[in-house]
Write a protein that binds this ligand. Structure first.
Ligand code: F6R
Length: 242
């Protein structure tokens, strides 16, 4: 595990973006696993800047997002499809057919999960999986539980996750109750995992996840078993490691 702490968000974002663009420069056909939420926004901004400078292109790259809410129209401001368009896809040359996000409006959600698993399998191994961290230790939307599911599945979001995400909606009632998420098996199969954690409110959970017992009660703790885990933290999130 490689832990890196940054004293400014700019440096953290540049470092995260540099790891991703560096991979795509070396291997333009890379398969990237992408995350949404507040954490990666600055990293996506830096990736867009690199693309605009002509340093990297994404014509041959394939992406798979971790998750999507169930039941939000695609063009809803808070759908993860819309988030990805706004923060990344509208600004780079990644062909949309190569940018995969689970369809949270599929009539048959189970069939959609099976289809997403099939697409992931066809693409082969994810080269780099970008992850944020939930306050309860979730990765993707794999919530703490007595058992975790390996592949893409439908999940009922925990109350604390809905509360944390309510900041993006007008009210708590509007936060969807369910989501489709990649499973932990798929996440852990990635060749490299880039976990990004920011803010004092995540200091305890990131410390517990990376140094505490490996348990499904803290899904991120499973990352300890990964052979190529890189963790980028701001100094607030990383304070318990010092
Ligand atoms: C997002 C995702 C979630 C977030 C996590 C942290 O695609 O899978 O696991 O990474 O909830 O969210 P933020 O970054 O908003 O604190």
């Amino acid at each position: 595990m490689n832990l890196l702490t940054f004293d400014t968000h700019t440096k953290l974002h540049e470092s995260g973006a540099g790891i991703i663009t560096g991979l795509v420069q070396t291997n333009p056909r890379a398969v990237l696993g992408l995350a949404t939420g507040g954490t990666p926004v600055g990293i996506y901004e830096e990736i867009v800047k690199s693309y605009q400078r002509g340093v990297v292109h994404f014509r041959d790259t394939t992406t798979f997002n971790l998750d999507e809410y169930v039941g939000l129209p695609e063009d809803h401001a808070e759908s993860y499809r819309n988030y990805m368009n706004t923060h990344l896809f509208n600004h780079i040359d990644l062909p949309r057919a190569q940018a995969h996000i689970p369809d949270g409006n599929a009539v048959d959600a189970q069939a959609e999960c099976a289809h997403y698993n099939m697409l992931l399998e066809q693409a082969g191994q994810i080269d780099l999986q970008l992850l944020g961290l939930g306050h309860n230790g979730h990765i993707g939307f794999n919530e703490p539980d007595h058992a975790l599911i390996s592949g893409t599945h439908v999940v009922e979001l925990r109350e604390e996750t809905r509360k944390a995400n309510a900041r993006f909606f007008d009210s708590m009632e509007q936060v969807p109750s369910h989501a489709l998420t990649m499973g932990v098996g798929t996440i852990l199969k990635a060749k490299m995992i880039l976990l990004v954690v920011k803010g004092a409110d995540k200091a305890e959970i990131v410390h517990r996840a990376l140094t505490g017992p490996i348990t499904t009660d803290c899904p991120a703790s499973l990352l300890q078993t990964h052979p190529h885990l890189v963790v980028l933290m701001d100094s607030e999130a990383g304070r318990l490691f010092q």
